[in-house]
Design a protein around this ligand. Sequence first.
Ligand code: ADP
Length: 626
Amino acid sequence: MAKKAFKSESKRLLELMINSIYTHKEIFLRELISNASDAMDKLYYRTLSDENLSFNRDDFYIRLEADKEKRTLTVTDTGIGMTKEELEENLGTIAKSGSLKFKSENEKLEDVDIIGQFGVGFYSAFMIADKVTVLSRALESDTAYQWEAEGTDGYTVKEAEKETVGTQIVLSLKANTEDENYDEFLDEYRLRSIVKKYSDYIRYPIMMEVTKSRPKADNDKEYEQYREVETLNSMVPIWKKTKSELTDEDYNSFYKDKFYDFENPLSVIHTSADGMTSYTALLYIPAHAPFDFYTKDFEKGLQLYANGVLIMESCAELLPECFRFVKGLVDSADLSLNISREILQHDRQLKAIASHLQKKIKSELLNMLKNDREKYEAFFKNFSRQIKFGVYENFGKDKDLLKDLLIFWSSTEKKMVTLSEYVSRMKEDQKHIYYACGESIEKIEKLPQTELVAEKGCEILYFTDDVDEFSIQMLREFDGKTFKSVSAGDLDIESEEEKKENEKKKEENKDLFLFLKDALGDKVKEVRASTRLKSHPVCLTSDGALSLEMEKVLNAMPNDQKVKAERVLEINVNHPIFEKIAGLLDSNKDKLKQYAQVLYDSALLIEGLPIEDPVTYTNLICELMQ
Ligand code: ADP
């Protein structure tokens, strides 16, 4: 019998697929099972409207059979079947399929990406088989037909025998090669796991005869093997059950199984929405960040199902960047199984779901923050950097979404507090939200710069993360209150009297400060009388937008351009040391120069910054001690 040629486009896709990389090959089974399930859906709906048809629920099933000797894998369904014309139309051409079109419009894309991400239907069978034989009998037809194709050569169709309505697909596996072992698709264990992975929730039983073992009847020490038909899929997805049907344990074990975590999640969000695109989502907030979370290897995304069938392992579009730590899945009946082929068209549907999920995740986190602070702090410990980066990223696009989720250590409460808690406690005349930066809470506690703000009774937030000050600068304000570092040039906290007093001291010691500035050269922008120091002798602060902390962070980055904050050396004029140096201006200018250096280096040390010349510093100290 003469072979009919595949339409040219089909031939191209076939070749593309046959040469795809091996790891994606297993999806052929998902595709065939989905087709089988669709065919049964079609038949099932017909039975609902046609009284002449009588089928039982039990009549619908998919059967897998692996024959190791013949090296065939057979997928049989009891669906609606195909007529001769349908076999030719459906399997002889894939012109209507979106993947090929996509490919031609994006020639640069790697072939493998197309196979991996885009469902390719029936043709995926050719990834593992060199011959595919489809035997099908359509509903209300007495004749069956056999469609057969070997590779891309073309196909034949002929009349055949089949007792019942439905379709049987026999895959004759390709010969094993050095790199690729096709025999694995005959392995019961492997087949079961592929079904579990992709088709667990198919609503019809997927059955396979498997080998089991049991103790012998007459001797329970010895085992015998026997064959039994097993249903491989669970058929009901957990997310399709109602919350009341499910226990914490159900949610948790599903999570651990599905997302390969050893720890229970911190929180579960199980939600449904009706609307333009109705869907159910089951989301989890993990208890810890995956080891690669803060690297570029980490891939965010949710699993995407179309009516119980997994169509995408990781759909990044569904998760906002700031919540990329969330794990879970979305199932929608409104997405076609082929969504992945036409992902661009579905973009709007996905965006709508994503924006809804974003709100859900935020409210879940806020809820946790309000009702279970301990849990929230555990969450924050793991994912705070993500939240803070989220505030900062994309020029603050998500800052309003995330600002309520920030917590920082409070100097007065001695615990983590939210910005709104801080604002609610602000003193009547307090204009700013004060913060101090440092390596750790303990180190910040000791910073001289905090003295005045603390003495005025203001709460100070401690920033111990690199990203903190950057995020806060992006935020600019919270509830109308601007942020101010305790090291900022102008603290905006002094009373009028204090300000006058300062001006006076500045004037009185003008010459001394000028001399000190000269002695230090361009190391500092200015030396001035400190308003913020109470008991400590000196500190460093900065004028302008770039703080010393930010300078540290930016200069630690692998980047040639180094930045420099405008440093100001502040001296406490009420400290005993001040009298001493003031006296030196007239009596010993050389000594005063040395003192200037020591004071500056000391301020650097307090700030956690390296000093230029530790040896000279130490020698000077020793000299002074003598
Ligand atoms: P898709 O499923 O995306 O339409 P396929 O290439 O997988 O693309 O299948 C093409 C068509 O062949 C299906 O739409 C369906 O009409 C028909 N078909 C495939 N498998 C079966 C089956 N097992 N039973 C009945 N019809 C089938």
